[in-house]
Design a protein around this ligand. Structure first.
Ligand SMILES: [Zn+2]
Ligand SMILES: [Zn+2]
Length: 280
């Protein structure tokens, strides 16, 4: 069984009830944080997961809403890991990730200096192990394997999705993307697909061109559902709702997805949890 928890279902627009994009995937005793939006550690705390308990951070791309709390994650993990020689945090993302992580650590260099000076048992800055990929296997430990494939969120490039496999069960995280061959291949036959979605039918009518611009590099609910159908996945999990999902309107979103996809559809608020089991 793989357990998906939508830690943050929001978008760049701050929402009192939705943290920024972040999904927790627990598989084979390991915990993967996929993207790192605002408020992610507060949401993770709500399900008993701390920064020190993460096996790895996976980043789909470097848009601000997906890496907004990277600094909080790096510093909090550092100061809440009490092992004498803490293992570095594996961070897996597209090219550019190492530079973003390094710049974030640089932004916090004063804080890092204060804490090393103050605590006798903190002698080195946060330990990270960044690996950049655009395609192929990225993780294989203790029965959990992960591979990446390119997605299409142009002009944001490169961007990647992830396929996490454990005990014959597979979960794919698409990130932000329009329908594309890379994602179709990555998601093929997966038990669940976690896909960011926007309501183009609503966003296209917003009288602000800058907001309407987002339509050309995101999938609508129907497009995400069509991807799920083409790939033959079992469950479509929708997140990163634009505009925010209004309580009581879940059925509208569900109906749009059902127009293209006949499988199980999951959506909801932050901390919505989906258990994924291998299909027979
Ligand atoms: Zn994006
Ligand atoms: Zn986004």
């Amino acid at each position: 069984m793989i357990e998906i928890t939508l830690l943050g279902t929001g978008s760049p627009i701050p929402d009192p009830n939705r943290a920024g994009p972040a999904t927790l995937v627990r598989a084979g005793g390991q915990a993967f944080l996929v993207d790192c939006g605002r408020g992610v550690l507060q949401r993770a705390a709500a399900v008993g997961v701390g920064a020190a308990g993460l096996s790895a951070l996976l980043l789909t791309h470097l848009h601000s809403d997906h890496i907004g709390d990277l600094g909080d994650l790096l510093i909090t993990r550092w100061i809440t890991t009490f092992a004498p020689e803490p293992a570095p945090l594996p961070i897996i993302g597209p090219p550019g990730t190492a530079e973003a992580v390094e710049a974030t650590l640089n932004a916090f260099r004063h804080d890092i200096g204060y804490r090393i000076a103050h605590h006798a048992d903190l002698n080195a800055p946060p330990a990270v192990e960044v690996q950049e990929y655009t395609d192929g296997p990225v993780w294989d430990r203790d029965g959990v394997s992960i591979r990446a494939a390119p997605t299409d969120h142009r002009p944001v490039t490169p961007t990647i999705g992830f396929r996490i496999e454990s005990e014959n069960t597979s979960v794919v995280l698409a990130g932000d993307t329009v329908p594309c061959a890379g994602l179709d291949e990555l998601a093929s036959g997966a038990d669940a697909l976690v896909h960011t979605v926007i309501r183009k039918d609503i966003v296209i009518n917003i009288p602000q061109q800058r907001l309407r611009d987002i339509c050309d590099y995101h999938s609508s609910v129907e497009q995400a559902a069509a991807t799920a159908a083409r790939a033959g996945v079992g469950t479509l999990v929708m997140t990163h709702y634009v505009p925010a999902l209004v309580p009581g309107q879940e059925e509208q979103w569900r109906a749009l997805a059902a127009s293209e996809f006949g499988g199980r559809v999951e959506l909801g608020d932050d901390l919505h949890r989906v258990e994924v089991r291998a299909r027979q």
